[in-house]
Unconditional design. Structure first.
Length: 210
């Protein structure tokens, strides 16, 4: 947009087929906010600004016979918001792709709550699963100098992973796609995290039983 918020509206006024896009995976999730700038700074009507991120890019890509608007015979890719889509306060309630609902906020909240409950149980089991001998051992290191408590060993493994990232020159606190808690991607990441927790717990319990 050439670094000025007026650009889209100015080009639209002279007849240019305008679209807003981004190659940034984070910004691309909120193009409705970008379209709203044409309303705030360019004075466009909201329905005209919305075309900058819907039908206009579809026309430029010559796929407007399939996507870009809600019409019979098209792919039915759309989002249901709880407010005007160009509002910064609008929240995605449902996401539909090819006429199939892929995301529902209420269902996602229930799944997230169940997953967090299960994760809490796994951590509680890990922290309380030590034997009497382990509790008497206290903080005494176990084999290979590792802590004997399951939770302590899980935490040390996490620390080792962070140190490995630092050794590779990576930012150990960097947020990856799907870890911000903003939709279905975070659900997938949470499911993967739970699977890792289960596998780690099984491995540690197996070592404890030896």
């Amino acid at each position: 947009m050439d670094a000025i918020p007026y650009n889209g509206a100015l080009m639209n006024e002279v007849g240019v087929l305008v679209s807003f896009n981004s190659d940034d995976d984070e910004l691309a999730t909120r193009m409705n906010d970008e379209a709203a700038k044409a309303v705030r700074w360019g004075g466009l009507e909201p329905h005209e600004a919305l075309k900058f991120v819907t039908i206009n890019p579809a026309r430029q890509l010559r796929i407007d016979d399939r996507v870009g608007s809600l019409e019979p015979g098209k792919d039915a890719d759309f989002v249901i918001w709880n407010a005007a889509p160009l509002s910064s306060y609008a929240r995605c309630e449902e996401t539909w792709i090819d006429g199939i609902r892929y995301y529902d906020r209420d269902e996602a909240a229930e799944i997230h709550a169940e997953a967090m409950l299960e994760r809490g149980k796994l951590l509680a089991k890990a922290s309380g699963g030590a034997s009497d001998d382990d509790s008497e051992a206290g903080e005494r290191p176990g084999r290979r100098g590792r802590p004997t408590g399951l939770l302590a060993r899980m935490l040390q493994d996490r620390e080792d992973l962070l140190l490995e990232r630092v050794a590779r020159g990576e930012d150990p606190a960097a947020i990856k796609a799907g870890e911000c808690g903003c939709g279905s991607a975070s659900m997938i990441e949470l499911a993967r995290s739970l699977a890792r927790d289960r596998a780690r717990l099984e491995t540690l319990e197996s070592e404890e039983s030896r």
